[in-house]
Design a protein around this ligand. Structure first.
Ligand SMILES: Cc1cc2nc3c(=O)[nH]c(=O)nc-3n(C[C@H](O)[C@H](O)[C@H](O)COP(=O)(O)OP(=O)(O)OC[C@H]3O[C@@H](n4cnc5c(N)ncnc54)[C@H](O)[C@@H]3O)c2cc1C
Length: 472
């Protein structure tokens, strides 16, 4: 009998499998798709020779992950590339640059230079510690007691709304827009409490770790995790969609890299009714609408310096970013959406044939939206790069339904395994987090703390709980 079956080979499923295998357990992973990796996959979505990231593309969270950093992933071919500029946020005049150095970044913020330094300096200096706290289940440890002043200071800022913090900390449009764009990764209206925390954490990670891409595509992250798992004795089977517990080989524990809705369908009456009712109350978040392009030349940005940026946030001012996210919150796709864009082939020649390029972008839409956002996303790019459309050779369009078809965890196009608002941030999917009332069944997806992103930490913490509960 094997010790543990992990259902789903996303970054969290693979991290859980590695952690269990590290503890000497015999582990096998069952993956529904014919390719491994879940949200860390790449494919030729447009034309042969053009390698696109199907889901995630930009990896500050993988580089900053307290678990991935302990694994020898570079031995299995994983290499991160740091674009010269982590992020540019264009405005109608010039653009705001988030540079690796927070001092250089603040120098570009005019009247808000000193305020930006005051805000970011303690965070960047303590980035490793804060990442370990932010990306972990809430807990009190000797380290949290020692750093209680820093944590309280960060917590009081992080709990605020992004718009509230931006207006009180900054006087001018560039710094406000920068914070708003970063906070919009929360996929929530920017008036919501705790959206400032997302913005601060992503700014800090940009300075501390950069916003790198994986050479060859995000698939290389999953490939390296699987290669490492294999050396620990773990195995993986693709094309194994689990629809009920009857589809799973007998094992001491089952660790599910799926969201609550799938867990309910698969486990049936193996979980008690009261817990099932709690799971049904779990709330999914907004969806995304994604485009990938094959281009015959780089994007003709109005400012050629933006070709140095790995990622761009397109929407304009804080007010425009906030209007886009507020519309989504009210179940209307935005007319002028906030667009997150990555241009990997400028820094990684393996992504496209010589002289050609790939481009990745998405915007937030209401969960399950069927509205075609193609022209609205391309209009935002044209706004800052006139002539962009003339460079398009081919495009791949993924609606929320397509995204869910590619990965059953993206319910209605939700890429974070459930809303990451304040209520569902610490205790997800229920107060039990990774455990269920059944000592054989655990959940390790981004529907658990610390939510979405390619960091593997949900898997790592879930595996530790399973090891404590089921293998004592
Ligand atoms: C469009 C998009 C853009 C993103 N951009 C970024 C980014 O730039 N940076 C970042 O850090 N994160 C990004 N993310 C988020 C990130 O990809 C996810 O948060 C992360 O992959 C979650 O990992 P996971 O292991 O919890 O789940 P997933 O990666 O979703 O993996 C779940 C796996 O389980 C499998 N599965 C589901 N149901 C079953 C079943 N019944 N039987 C067997 N297998 C099953 C799925 O096929 C999938 O392989 C993005 C996501 C998307 C979709």
């Amino acid at each position: 009998m094997i010790d543990a079956v992990v259902i789903g080979s996303g970054p969290n499923g693979l991290a859980a499998a590695i952690r269990l295998a590290q503890a000497g357990r015999r582990v096998t992973v069952l993956e529904a798709n014919d390719t491994i990796g879940g949200g860390a996959r790449s494919a030729e979505l447009t034309r042969p020779g053009f390698v696109h990231d199907v889901c995630s593309a930009v990896h500050p969270l993988a580089v900053g992950s307290a678990f991935f950093r302990t694994l020898p992933l570079e031995r299995y071919g994983l290499e991160f590339i740091q674009p010269p500029l982590p992020l540019v946020h264009p405005l109608d005049g010039s653009g705001v640059e988030l540079r690796r150095s927070f001092v250089e970044t603040s120098d570009g913020l005019g009247v808000d230079a000193a305020a930006y330094r005051r805000l970011l300096s303690p965070l960047v200096r303590n980035a490793d510690f804060l990442m370990r706290q932010f990306f972990a289940p809430l807990r009190v440890t000797p380290a949290t007691v020692t750093h209680s002043v820093l944590l309280a200071r960060f917590g009081l800022m992080a709990i605020r709304s992004a718009v509230g913090l931006a207006k009180s900390a900054f006087k001018d449009a560039p710094a406000r827009a920068l914070l708003a764009g970063l906070a919009a990764h929360s996929i929530q209206p920017l008036q919501n409490l705790s959206t400032a925390g997302y913005g601060l954490m992503l700014a800090m990670s940009g300075h501390a770790y950069g916003w790198p891409i994986a050479r060859g595509g995000s698939q290389k992250i999953a490939d390296a995790l699987v290669a490492h798992l294999n050396t620990l004795g773990g195995t993986i089977e693709t094309k194994r969609r689990v629809e009920s517990l009857d589809d799973v080989p007998k094992a001491r524990v089952y660790v599910f890299d799926v969201t609550p809705r799938q867990l309910l369908a698969i486990t049936g009456n193996a979980l008690p009714d009261a817990y099932r009712r709690e799971l049904t109350r779990f709330r999914y978040g907004a969806g995304v609408f994604k485009l990938d392009w094959a281009l015959d030349a780089p994007v003709p940005w109005r400012d050629p310096r933006w070709l140095q940026a790995g990622t761009l946030h397109l929407a304009g001012t804080m007010e425009e970013v906030a209007a886009s996210e507020a519309a989504v919150g009210e179940a209307h796709p935005a007319e002028a959406p906030f667009v997150l864009l990555s241009q990997p082939s400028l820094f990684d020649a393996t992504r496209a044939p010589a002289g050609k390029h790939t481009l990745w972008a998405y915007c937030h839409v209401p969960n399950g939206s069927t509205v075609d956002m193609t022209s609205r996303i391309e209009a935002q790019i044209e706004r800052f790069a006139p002539g962009f459309k003339n460079r398009i050779l081919a495009r791949s369009v993924m609606t929320p339904a397509d995204i869910e078809r590619h990965n059953a965890n993206c319910i209605g196009g939700d890429i974070n395994g459930g809303s990451g608002d304040l209520r569902q941030w610490f205790l997800r999917p229920t107060w039990r987090r990774y455990a269920t009332p059944n000592r054989q069944i655990y959940i390790c997806s981004s529907s658990t703390p610390p939510t979405g992103g390619v960091h593997g930490l949900c898997g790592y913490f879930a595996a530790n709980v399973a090891l404590r509960h089921a293998f004592r």
